[in-house]
Design a binder for this molecule. Structure first.
Ligand code: SAM
Length: 238
């Protein structure tokens, strides 16, 4: 997707980008490719592919969730910043936190945020399992996002404890989502979540299938979740 089509397709969805925001995406692309030579951030480096499969794909969350409101967001396992940094570029008023267990990726994100002059952005090197047990962090975010981190039953245990009661968890998933949802029912119930919205979406040009699922945090998560690092993955709540 070239930059003109990127801008046009977002405008069609009501997301208008200024010259400065387009420049921020250009800086993001250049910084990603430069740092990718020193560390493993992404397998995708072709410019048009990055704009489609990372930038546009990340922003597609905003086709189905209202990011124009003041929101505190936590992106779990953002890696090179997806989906939350593209969303933050489009909606600069958001208060953003990212937690990732790989310190090198956190260093990249801190550098990137300074290059992009992002305000109100906070980066934590931690595992979601321990982050979600911190009293000052737990159940504090309006929205928790995650793209491509783990299957839904596992991801729910990492993400739902971070969302405040009445807040949301938004997962961006591939074609396995319908199966994951069936297996994730028990986890959602145990952790206080309920599916509110589910959208199938095909990425333009290459037509691959995506799902965006929004889960409402209806009740407080029992204190024992998330369990200790590695346990959600080893013994999922299925
Ligand atoms: C496959 S990458 C996905 C990155 C990004 N969300 C994307 O869509 O491109 C998964 C990321 O999650 C992080 N991660 C995996 N398990 C985690 C955990 N338990 N707590 C925090 N981060 C975790 C990894 O370090 C990695 O950066």
């Amino acid at each position: 997707m070239n930059t003109a089509l990127f801008k046009e397709k977002l405008a069609e969805r009501g997301i208008g980008l200024s010259d400065r925001q387009m420049e921020q995406f250009q800086i993001y692309y250049e910084t990603l490719v430069e740092w990718n030579e020193k560390m493993n951030l992404t397998a995708i480096t072709d410019k048009e592919e990055v704009y489609l499969k990372h930038f546009f794909d990340s922003i597609s969350a905003a086709f189905y969730f209202d990011f124009t409101k003041p929101l505190s967001i936590c992106d779990v396992g953002a890696g090179a910043g997806f989906p939350s940094i593209p969303i933050k570029i489009c909606f600069p008023h958001l208060k953003l936190s990212i937690v990732d267990s790989l310190n090198k990726r956190i260093s990249f994100l801190e550098h990137l945020a300074s290059e992009l002059e992002l305000e109100d952005s906070h980066f934590y090197h931690d595992r979601a399992e321990t982050f979600g047990q911190k009293a000052e962090i737990r159940e504090s975010f309006d929205l928790v996002t995650a793209r491509a981190v783990a299957r839904l039953s596992v991801l729910s245990e990492l993400c739902l404890p971070l969302a405040r009661k009445g807040g949301h968890f938004l997962a961006m998933k591939g074609s396995a989502l319908p199966e994951e949802l069936k297996n994730g029912e028990k986890a959602l119930k145990t952790l206080g979540g309920k599916v509110e919205d589910l959208h199938a979406f095909t990425l333009p040009l290459e037509e691959s299938e995506r799902y965006i699922v929004t889960i409402k945090k209806e009740s407080t998560t029992p204190k024992k979740y998330p369990r200790k690092p590695g346990t959600p993955n080893k013994s999922p709540l299925e």
